[in-house]
Design a protein around this ligand. Structure first.
Ligand SMILES: Cc1cc2nc3c(=O)[nH]c(=O)nc-3n(C[C@H](O)[C@H](O)[C@H](O)COP(=O)(O)OP(=O)(O)OC[C@H]3O[C@@H](n4cnc5c(N)ncnc54)[C@H](O)[C@@H]3O)c2cc1C
Length: 423
């Protein structure tokens, strides 16, 4: 992964590295993974006075949590109507409440722990064609009538053009409950808050194996052993490498993001005047927003197998399609990240035995949901599993085939969705 090309990392002051764990260590809860899920779990456990140790294979926010689009979405990848048909109304309403709490939690954490992460309100879902516009309008109506959600409103072609400064969409939805933030700044802020609350955090400490031990669970790392009463696995796209039993449930796609040079005043005002985050309705979507220092952060295209040598070249045509005025601006940063996805596009929460908890596969909606995920994992580890169980009761489905087949199938699925986007 291209560390130095990640704009988020480049735009923050370097932080002192956390120590690498060495030798034998005993703790209450060992968390594996220093992204939003693991950091939020560590913070909430430490606030609850649990003894907690978090290990991260690389650096805090190294993977998805420090590279994503920073967009805070409402709900889940499946609509409430789809979820009701699948899971029934009671379960779906409980999930909705957790989804709403996830967005509030991000704002609350940023405020309480004074995390300077350029947090803003406003998310636009842009319909890419009239059929998508109808579906979006129906969903917006459904949320208002059945869930009392009145923070989202539809915009017609003129409305979305005024909001986004482009004419490519027939309609869209403005959601003031959604928003955006600088994700790596948020991850680092969570890490500092967790440390202040008493959690012990280590970087460059990769878990190699998890095994049962006489006192609980043993996590074996390169050069260190951790004996814990419980373990939380928060590795998202990489869970299957550590826990092969979970590999059939989690896959990933590579997503590509670029950051332009800071835009001159006239362009900055003309492009995306509402300053919302934007995601379109295509299966392989464009998503974008402006940064605090006046850049356009534009993401588009996905791939399973091949990583392009020139990400900017891949993404630029998408950006130029939406904003022809940006076609010649300099792209200063280009990077990629692995988006953990499940077959159902719902996050996968669960237990392996009595002492290992896990959560992964937020399927592109983890900025809010992974933070909530960490909180409910912490609750479950502290003996209050009720809210964790609401998420764990969502049935997980295996991707068909073994490891060898899974990749081609996800790849073929992606190709199929790309084709659909053109019709
Ligand atoms: C390019 C991109 C764009 C995205 N855009 C958005 C968006 O706009 N909105 C949204 O809601 N979601 C988005 N997502 C998804 C969102 O970023 C993720 O759902 C979320 O960050 C997952 O957090 P996590 O903590 O579960 O996983 P991660 O952030 O991936 O953290 C897992 C951590 O575990 C560590 N790890 C792995 N294996 C081991 C091991 N064996 N030992 C120790 N540590 C280990 C990794 O190094 C990593 O730091 C995007 C994702 C990507 C990649």
């Amino acid at each position: 992964m291209a560390g130095p090309d990640n704009y988020y990392r480049a735009s923050l002051e370097p932080t002192a590295a956390l120590p690498r764990l060495k030798g034998t260590h005993r703790t209450g809860v060992c968390i594996i993974g220093g992204g939003f899920t693991g950091l939020s779990a560590a913070l909430h456990l430490a606030i609850g006075r649990a003894r907690v140790t978090l290990i991260e294979a690389e650096t805090i926010g190294f993977a998805a949590s420090g590279r994503n689009g920073g967009q805070i979405h409402t709900g889940f990848r499946q609509t409430q109507e789809q979820l009701e048909r699948w899971l029934g109304e009671v379960h779906t309403r409980d999930l909705w409440a957790l989804g709403e709490e996830a967005k509030a939690l991000v704002r609350e954490l940023a405020a309480t722990h004074q995390i300077d992460c350029s947090l803003k309100s406003g998310l636009v879902i842009a319909a890419h064609d009239p059929a998508a516009a109808r579906e979006l309008a129906e969903d917006t109506e459904y949320l208002r009538n059945h869930y009392g959600y009145d923070l989202a409103r539809m915009m017609d072609a003129a409305g979305i053009s005024a909001s986004l400064g482009t004419n490519v969409y027939p309609a869209g939805r403005y959601d003031s409950g959604g928003g955006h933030l600088q994700p790596l700044a948020f991850a680092r802020g969570l890490a500092q808050a967790a440390e202040r609350a008493g959690a012990q955090l280590y970087e460059f400490t990769r878990a190699r194996e998890i095994e049962a031990s006489h006192s609980g669970v043993r996590v074996i790392c390169d050069g260190a052993i951790i004996d814990a009463a419980q373990v939380i696995v928060a590795c998202d796209a990489f869970t299957g490498d550590l826990l092969p039993a979970l590999a059939p449930y989690i896959a990933h796609v590579e997503s590509f993001i670029t950051a332009t040079e800071p835009l001159p005043d006239e362009l900055y005002a003309r492009v995306l005047p509402s300053d919302a985050a934007v995601a379109d309705t295509r299966h392989v979507l464009d998503y974008y927003r402006k940064s605090e220092d006046r850049r356009m952060l534009f993401a588009g295209r996905e791939s399973y197998f091949t990583v392009p040598s020139d990400i900017a070249r891949l993404v630029r045509p998408r950006m130029a399609h939406v904003y022809p005025a940006l076609k010649d601006v300099r792209i200063e940063y280009a990077w990629r990240g692995a988006v953990g996805i499940t077959r159902t596009r719902m996050p996968h929460f669960g237990r392996l035995g009595e002492r290992v908890l896990f959560a992964h596969g937020y399927s592109g909606q983890g900025v809010a949901l992974a933070n909530l995920g960490g909180k409910v994992l912490a609750e479950a580890a502290m003996g209050k599993p009720e809210r964790f169980d609401i998420l764990a009761r969502v049935p997980a489905k295996r991707f068909p085939g073994g490891a060898a087949l899974r990749k081609p199938l996800v790849s073929a699925g992606l190709l199929w969705f790309k084709l659909l986007d053109h019709f």
